[in-house]
Design a protein around this ligand. Sequence first.
Ligand code: FMN
Length: 412
Amino acid sequence: METLNKVMLAKDVYWVGKVDDREVPFHRLVLKKGTTYNAYLLKTEKPTIIDTVDIEFGREFVEYVSEIIDPKEIQYIVINHTEPDHSGGLAALASRAPNATIVCTQPAVNELKEMYKLHERTFLVVKDGDTLDIGGKTLKFKETPYLHTEETMITYSIEDKILFPCDIFSTHVANDKFFNDEVETDTTEDFIGYYNAIIHPHRRYVRTLMNALDELDVEMIAPSHGYILRTDIQKYIDLYATMSADTVKDKKVTIVYTTIRSNTKKVANMLKETFEANNIQTTVFNADKSDKTEILTSIKEADAVLIGSSTKYADMIGNLEEILIELKTMNLEGKISAAFGSYGWSGEAIEVIQDYLLETNMNVQSTSNVIKTTGMTHVEFPIRIRFAPKENQVNKVENSAMFISDLLLSSI
Ligand SMILES: Cc1cc2nc3c(=O)[nH]c(=O)nc-3n(C[C@H](O)[C@H](O)[C@H](O)COP(=O)(O)O)c2cc1C
């Protein structure tokens, strides 16, 4: 085994990743400075790999690992995040490491089985706060859903005080200097650039993570791209705390709806509750019971406008269309908007409202745009609720209102 000249983070902790110094197409960006796919080997009594490399470099990765350890000895492969720039080496590694158990969150299991044909492999599902004894070191797991996909988690080596947060705290730089303190130039801009491109849309979940980090004594952050942070740890944690905080105040939302039996009214009120929980002033109008001029004035002053109706015989109900016709004539530039409604089986009204909104100059939310810009699949626009909103649909309404809140409360 050739362990000389290998990059080591601590005793028995090896970097086993890949430096990719090409211009890499990624998330509709081109990474001009390339990137690294950082994977780690903890060569303990139960040798453990944490994350792998991009799918293109799977074989090369296994060869590199084999220089340090016989893959047959590997007992655990921890997958923090299933995106193939980190899990991509799993198929090649799993075939050479037949004794390894794959460690991940519940939502990751099926993704990994399907992506890499691992239906016959043993998985260990870990939950928030679980620990794993790997013989000489103990790993602690923290689920970090939506940072930046649903199945993500972070791993902390208790004895080493090293945090392995996968994409969080990363930079896209094909560095030959692995640790931040080895680099002569200031890398903060790269760090911020990565945050803005990948993490910022998920900043609500960053804030949750920040609270969890308070409980961990972190001396080193070993992310899955770019520099391993060995000095100024608190500076980088503080930067994430600052960048993920709300930067804008005093935002207003106007919600206008029509309803037959109050189901759409309930949705309107659920939206209002979430906006208000985010300190956004919210005014709700039943279009059939309110003065049209008052509604239009409120819309003019609002930063976001949500319009909803239930569906009756394939159309909107009540006075709503009068309001929507007016909106087309107004300058509503810069405002965010979304359609919503309760329906029974087809929900045509919601789509008709969406069509009207698209004819205004507002920034109309759609599921398609949310996926394209953030990769989030738990947020849906227009917001379609079948009959009365039930327990399992409350989340759907809340998620959509939180998404709009986050757009309103950040200046980038
Ligand atoms: C007379 C009538 C016609 C309806 N027509 C439709 C329809 O065409 N398409 C549909 O998806 N739902 C239809 N529904 C179902 C309602 O949209 C559904 O019950 C909804 O939850 C009502 O919400 P609301 O209380 O906000 O009015 C109809 C309901 C009634 C009473």
